[in-house]
Every structure is written in structure tokens, then in C-alpha cells.
Ligand binder design. Structure first.
Ligand SMILES: [Zn+2]
Length: 251
């Protein structure tokens, strides 16, 4: 019996699936489960001390994120997306976020601008305390505030959908030392442009921000950069420098 309220409500089950999804995504990106490893539903249910339903849902979400795939007779297998597939996903993410912030700079209400500043200020506290978990949450809120500030329901829903698909890769960047402070500085420039109502600058800064996240995540996944203590991927990849050069590194 899992701890907690002990109720099997839909919302609780969704939360459990989300927790498992995040744990598994982190494990895959750290190399605990290398590409080709088989993820066994009942084994995972045992590991997390849960029923198979949230585990199945988590695996379904990981499938749409491209982290695992279902193979006939072999079950669920870890499969990292190819570099070009990941690059394409981040490119779309960058364009969508750039559109969101361009519209947000023009359309955000005064209350929404205050909220953006507030989230940004709180994230500075997380940087000062080197509190990665809080920063991840506040980063999520920061981008979410901009999506909603665009006042285009279809655009924000599309953007959230793509973000869910690449969430594990966005999260991976925060395992890199100094990434918190750099991310905050990038946000700072974006907030400045939004508050000035400078839509084009805000848009360009956001595109660059997402591109940097892409490079940081790629480097992390390929073990090319030292990571924060205790967060180094277990399956280190001795990637030759040529592979690094194939990807525009901006961090
Ligand atoms: Zn960000």
C-alpha cells in the first residue's frame, strides 16, 4: 500500500504517474537505464511500490517523449532520440516560445507582468541557495506565465504539449554547474524586454535561451561537461571532440 492518502482517485493516479515518469526520465538521462535496456512494468511497479496502472501511464508518456519505445516481443525498451530528432524538437520549441513571448510582450496585463517579475525574483533566491529543485519548479512557472501571457489558447496549448515531450531534456540542463545562474541571467534579459514592451527583442532572446538549453542538455546527455556532484551520468560517454563540434555549443 503506497503511503499518502491511500485513495485511488484519478488525480492521485495522474500525480503518481507523473512522479514515476520524472524519476524514470532522470534515470534514463543519467544512464542508469542505458539505451536498449528493457523496462519491465511489473518490476517497476514493485520498485515504486505501486499498482501497474500509474506505471503503464508513465511508460506511455515516456513513449511520446521519445525516451522509450515499444518493441514486439521485447516490451518497453529505452531509446534516446537521435541527435537530429532532438535538435528538431528543440527548434520547434524555440520558435513556439519565441512566438509566445512576442505576443506576451504586447498583450500581458499589468497583473501578469507583476506575476512574471515575482516568479523571476523568487527564482533568484533559488539561484543564491543553489536550490535546483526550486529553480526547476520556478523555471517551469516562468515559462508558463509567458505562454499564458500570449493570450492565445491554441498557441499556449501547443507549446505546453511540445514542452511535455522534451521536458526530460530541459530538466537535464540544471544538473550542470553554473547553469542556474546563467539561466537566470537569460531570463533577466527576457523580463526586461517584456516589461519594456520590446516584442522583437524578447522573441530573439527567448529563441537564443531555448537554443542554449538545447546545447546544455545535449552536452549533459553526452557526458561532455562536468555535472554537479552526485549528478554525473553513470554511463559516461567518451564522446570524441568531433561529435561535440557537430552541435553548436553555446554554454
Ligand atoms: Zn528558462
Amino acid at each position: 500500500m503506497p503511503r499518502g492518502r491511500g485513495q485511488a482517485s484519478g488525480a492521485t493516479s495522474t500525480t503518481r504517474a507523473e512522479t514515476i515518469r520524472q524519476r524514470l526520465a532522470d534515470d534514463i538521462l543519467r544512464g542508469v537505464y542505458p539505451p536498449g535496456a528493457r523496462l519491465d512494468e511489473s518490476g517497476l511497479a514493485k520498485r515504486f511500490n505501486l499498482s501497474r496502472t500509474p506505471v503503464r501511464e508513465a511508460l506511455r508518456q515516456l513513449t511520446s517523449a521519445g525516451l522509450v519505445e515499444v518493441r514486439p516481443r521485447r516490451g518497453v525498451i529505452v531509446s534516446l532520440p537521435t541527435d537530429s530528432a532532438l535538435a528538431e524538437m528543440f527548434e520547434v520549441m524555440g520558435e513556439l516560445e519565441a512566438s509566445c513571448v512576442r505576443l506576451a510582450a504586447q498583450r500581458m496585463s499589468p497583473a501578469e507582468r507583476v506575476r512574471l517579475e515575482l516568479v523571476h525574483r523568487r527564482s533568484f533566491e533559488a539561484v543564491r541557495n543553489d536550490d535546483r529543485d526550486s529553480y526547476r519548479t520556478l523555471n517551469f512557472e516562468f515559462h508558463d506565465t509567458i505562454y499564458r501571457g500570449a493570450h492565445n489558447e491554441f498557441l499556449s496549448r501547443t507549446t505546453v504539449g511540445i514542452r511535455q515531450r522534451i521536458a526530460p531534456f530541459r530538466r537535464a540542463q540544471f544538473a550542470i554547474p553554473d547553469r542556474l545562474a546563467k539561466s537566470h541571467a537569460e531570463h533577466d534579459a527576457i523580463v526586461g524586454a517584456v516589461l519594456r514592451g520590446d516584442a522583437e527583442t524578447a522573441s530573439e532572446l527567448m529563441r537564443t535561451h531555448v537554443n542554449i538549453v538545447r546545447a546544455a542538455s545535449w552536452n549533459y546527455v553526452h557526458g561532455l561537461v562536468p555535472t554537479a556532484p552526485g549528478l554525473r551520468p553513470e554511463a559516461d560517454v567518451d564522446a570524441p571532440a568531433a561529435r561535440a563540434a557537430a552541435w553548436p555549443t553555446q554554454v
